[in-house]
Design a binder for this molecule. Structure first.
Ligand SMILES: NC(=O)c1ccc[n+]([C@@H]2O[C@H](COP(=O)([O-])OP(=O)(O)OC[C@H]3O[C@@H](n4cnc5c(N)ncnc54)[C@H](O)[C@@H]3O)[C@@H](O)[C@H]2O)c1
Length: 374
């Protein structure tokens, strides 16, 4: 099978997760190319050492420019702190490599637009990371809404909740500070995840009112002292979507790093005049569908392993986070090979820039307590 040579810049939490998805590529049945991890770049020796166990990795370097100069790299996946996204993404494009960018796409709207411009001027294939839509339940919810089963949409919510930051003793890292995470804070961290499905349905908000809040303003710095944390931790974006020829409806985006009891809960709900649908990764195999009639029902069904990119895994088994990460990569590789065949694809450059437009409007709304046009 054709091989696609991958280089990873940033071998932390997500760099390792992606490497493990390539390592069990034999599970996939109908993607006509195999990603092979050939190179890793990370400033940390300890982070790079983990990749020594992967035999195909021939280049391990602290200088990512060396990775970009290698003929043994076709596609570069970048997973570094947000303040480095613009510089490194631009360098990847200038080196003529294809790019799989982590979210957020740049750390603000300006940087997203500068990356988008460079991408448009290049011949590189560029997509942005967002894996939750590859859960079978999300696929089914997406198709249900896309195919009009809700009737006229009355309201929708799309969100992503964490709670690990409720622990006040947790040391601050780069995600807690605007200088490295970006002024958009939680919007950069979790926002693209919440925007992916609504945007793919064509739901681009016209107006937004944002309620942003912070958690702990100081945290241990991990070296015996305290440090300031200035990022937004929780965000409610109350927006309006205007579908062509129909009533506008409210679409709420919820992104929280302080949501009591939630570990990694991605959810989506749409209610309409004729039907409705709900999915939450808290109950990963359950899909709920509303049936209107003389009596009204919420029907719950357990979905199996009905992923968009077929695998050897038995149809009744459950899907988890590593599976949807691999499905997202299957989408990237299949689309790059021209083999998408109508299946769900990764976040495009336009969708990523649109998310930054929404987040920029949200910052203004929060600062001025106004409803902002997006
Ligand atoms: N898709 C998802 O579900 C998901 C989940 C978590 C994080 N992320 C995103 O992934 C990215 C990275 O997050 P993470 O949690 O993996 O962070 P992390 O802190 O675990 O890892 C970042 C790595 O980048 C390395 N690094 C920093 N500067 C570098 C440089 N100049 N050159 C090379 N390496 C450098 C660090 O040494 C570290 O190993 C962020 O954009 C984040 O938003 C995505």
């Amino acid at each position: 099978m054709k091989e696609v040579k991958i280089g990873i810049i940033g071998g932390g939490l997500m760099g390792r997760e992606m490497a493990s998805a390539f390592a069990r590529w034999c599970a996939l049945e109908d993607v006509g190319a195999t990603p092979v991890l050939t190179a890793i770049a990370d400033l940390s020796d300890a982070a790079r050492a983990w990749f020594d166990q992967i035999p195909s990795v021939k280049l391990s370097t602290s200088d990512y420019h060396e990775l970009l100069a290698s003929d043994e790299v076709d596609v570069v996946y970048v997973a570094v702190p947000h303040n480095l996204h613009e510089k490194i993404y631009l360098d990847v494009l200038a080196a003529g490599k294809d790019l799989f960018a982590e979210k957020p796409f740049g750390m603000d709207l300006r940087s997203a637009e500068s990356i988008a411009k460079a991408a448009a001027e290049s011949s590189s294939f560029v997509r942005c990371s967002s894996e939750f839509p590859f859960f079978p339940g999300v696929q089914r919810a997406f198709e249900y809404v896309r195919d009009g089963h809700c009737g006229r949409v009355l309201e929708a919510v799309s969100g992503f909740h964490h709670s690990s930051d409720l622990d006040a003793t947790k040391a601050a890292n780069w995600k807690r500070q605007s200088a490295t995470c970006g002024e958009i804070g939680v919007l950069g961290d979790l926002g693209m995840h919440a925007c992916h499905v609504p945007f793919r349905l064509g739901w681009y908000p016209e107006r937004v009112f944002a309620q942003l809040s912070r958690g702990y303003q100081t945290r241990p710095d991990g070296k015996g002292g305290e440090t300031t944390c200035d990022t937004w931790d929780n965000a409610l974006l109350n927006s309006w979507v205007q579908p062509e020829g129909q009533e506008a409806f409210p679409l709420r985006f919820e992104m929280k790093r302080l949501a009591p009891g939630e570990t990694n809960t991605w959810f989506f709900e749409v209610l309409g005049t004729e039907g409705g649908v709900r999915y939450s990764s808290k109950y990963p195999k359950q899909l709920q569908i509303f049936e209107a009639g003389k009596e009204q029902y919420w029907k719950t069904t357990d979905l199996g392993f009905s992923v968009p990119y077929k695998t050897i895994t038995g149809g009744i088994f459950e899907v988890g986070f590593p599976d949807v990460i691999q499905q997202m990569w299957a989408a990237y590789i299949a689309e790059r090979e021209g083999q998408l065949n109508g299946r769900f694809h990764c976040v495009t450059v336009d969708e990523a820039v649109a998310s930054q437009k929404l987040f920029a409007a949200a910052l203004t709304s929060q600062a001025q307590q106004t409803v902002e046009h997006v």
